[in-house]
Design a protein. Structure first.
Length: 568
């Protein structure tokens, strides 16, 4: 079975029927729906059900009436914003890869973020896949039935999005919420539409019809480019580039002055709220991550190029949730390749930047005219990027990353000494949690780092590895891959100590675990594994991780492959 034909699917996959069975017109033919007037209250007061704690859900209540109560919808929204945990019994939704919105803004009691009903429905549908709410346990079919109805509501509200010729959508040059205007042509899609398509793509890729996810991802990527999410909204950043801001780590460093600490960015002079700009950045970089992850999973070329990323990187998660638009932020421009923190954009995005280079090199080797050209310089460049990322991992501590440190505010108390003791206990507890999260993230990042080394020097096809027709196992590159496979297994051992159920990033982790295992197949096949303690321990650790995946993830395609190691 071809391992590239699968994207990683978490928690045994959601229940999703084929798109044709629900009458869906797949995005791709001309015609976008006109902008929806978001934020309107239901026409009937009775549709505003009691028990709705969040005003942001009001536009959706009339659509989900009879599907789930308003109180359950609020619980699902709480679950959507839950932070990931190292315990499967306390974990967040595996399909929420990172938070695009500020929780305080989205769930504001009086003035919540104006959000499309389609996106709200998608958010509830995503969290309903794994929620422990009692409503999903009343019968064996309850979860599937509710999820199907929420999905149908989402699709009906999305209407669905498909492309339209620019000639038919000439509009006055003005901005709409979450939209952009270029050359007097206004896109009728919105940022919320992009995020709706993204959530659908994530969940569909975890189901039984994985290839359907690419249709949704392509629609999301296309609409994101049409909305110009890959560049800053205002022109102030262009002036900044001309004046030499940026950092040396950026691929655009040749046009910028070097600066390891990034550049000070201000939104002064912009006509769009800074919070909305940050949502656009986070959405674009999430699509960038997904593009590279799926390109590896499906063995396909890249859709989003580094040359299209003319914008700043997102804020770290802590700064984003406590966002203050009046405080200038330190920004990195363009794709970065170093570890900066524990958020998805801080540790995983740099790895995906490097993975994109690897994918380009891999596909070039199959090009009919370029395949015989040497890639020595490109390989050396990627090796230097991997070494720089590894060095940034080694130098990362709680004290060197200010946003990882908990912030406390003092207050006046009658008994100052007892208050200081309480403060110390709280600080110690919070620091312990932050330190545990950092160790967990470093373990995952270290594993993926070694897998990227393997992808750089080895074959991506386990069958050709085992056939060894070109005597690859006798080459220096095999020695490098074998060394990194053992190091990757050691990282897996650390991961299992911190995260026994592999529940921290279940949607993303499987494909890297799989590729980190292929070289061990060759080692087990070519050497006497009983006599090589290091290889044997690496195989045992990796087998244990795959066994956990069988329980936690939907990884049937890995089982038959890795049994070869178990019985070698």
């Amino acid at each position: 079975m071809d391992p590239y034909a699968f994207a990683q699917s978490p928690l045994n996959g959601p229940r999703i029927r084929p798109l044709s069975r629900i009458g869906l017109v797949v995005p791709g033919t001309p015609q976008y729906r006109p902008p929806t007037a978001f934020g309107k209250s239901p026409s009937s007061p009775t549709q505003t059900a009691q028990g709705c704690r969040y005003l942001v859900l009001v536009p959706l209540l009339q659509h989900i009436n009879g599907v789930i109560p308003a109180s359950i919808a609020c619980d699902l929204l709480d679950f959507y914003f839950k932070e990931p945990s190292s315990s499967l019994f306390e974990s967040a939704s595996p399909y929420v890869l990172t938070h695009i919105f500020r929780k305080k803004s989205f769930l504001h009691p009086t003035t919540p973020r104006t959000t499309s009903p389609a996106l709200l429905a998608a958010m509830l549908w995503v969290t309903a896949q794994t929620s422990d709410a009692q409503i999903f346990k009343t019968s064996p079919t309850s979860r599937g039935r509710i999820c199907d109805r929420l999905f149908a509501i989402c699709l009906r509200l999305l209407n669905p999005l498909i492309h339209e010729s620019p000639r038919t959508r000439i509009a006055a040059p003005e901005r709409s919420h979450n939209g952009t205007v270029r050359d007097g042509i206004q896109s009728t899609g919105t940022l919320d539409d992009v995020l709706t398509l993204t959530l659908i793509g994530i969940v569909v890729s975890g189901g039984d019809f994985k290839h359907d996810c690419l249709k949704w991802w392509r629609a999301a990527w296309a609409l994101a480019k049409e909305l110009g999410l890959g560049q800053e909204v205002d022109d102030t950043f262009q002036n900044g580039i001309a004046n030499g801001i940026g950092n040396a780590d950026s691929p655009y460093a040749s046009t910028q002055a070097s600066g390891q600490n990034g550049s000070m960015y201000s939104s002064e002079g912009s006509t769009m709220a800074e919070e909305e700009k940050e949502e656009r950045r986070r959405t674009w970089w999430l699509l960038y991550i997904a593009d590279r992850h799926l390109a590896l999973s499906f063995n396909s070329p890249l859709t989003i190029l580094d040359a299209e990323c003319h914008l700043y990187q997102p804020l770290d998660d802590a700064s984003w949730q406590d966002f203050d638009p009046d405080v200038p932020k330190v920004r990195y421009y363009g794709p970065s390749t170093i570890f900066t923190g524990v958020g998805l954009f801080e540790y995983f995005l740099p790895l995906m930047v490097i993975l994109g280079d690897l994918i380009d090199i891999h596909h070039r080797s199959y090009h009919p005219r370029f395949k015989n050209l040497e890639n020595v310089a490109a390989v050396a460049q990627v090796e230097s990027l991997l070494q720089a990322y590894e060095q940034s991992l080694k130098s990362s501590t709680l004290t060197s990353s200010p946003h990882l440190q908990p912030q406390f505010q003092s207050a006046a108390f009658t008994d100052m000494q007892s208050n200081f003791d309480l403060l110390d206990r709280r600080r110690s507890s919070t620091e312990t949690l932050a330190e545990s999260r950092l160790k967990l993230v470093i373990a995952y990042a270290t594993h993926i780092l070694h897998v990227l080394h393997i992808l750089l020097h080895g074959s991506w096809d386990p069958i050709s590895m085992l056939d060894n027709l070109d005597n690859w196992t006798a080459s220096p590159s095999f020695v490098k891959c074998a060394s990194h496979s053992v190091s990757a297994a050691n990282a897996v051992d650390q991961i299992l100590k911190f995260d026994p159920e592999l529940s921290f990033m279940p949607y993303l982790f499987g494909i890297y675990l799989l590729h980190g295992s292929f070289v061990l197949l060759c080692c087990a096949d070519k050497v006497q594994i009983e006599e090589d303690t290091t290889v044997r321990q690496a195989c045992e650790t990796t087998i244990r991780a795959h066994e956990v995946c069988v329980a936690t993830l939907n990884t049937e395609y890995q089982v038959s492959t890795f049994l070869l190691v178990e019985y070698s």
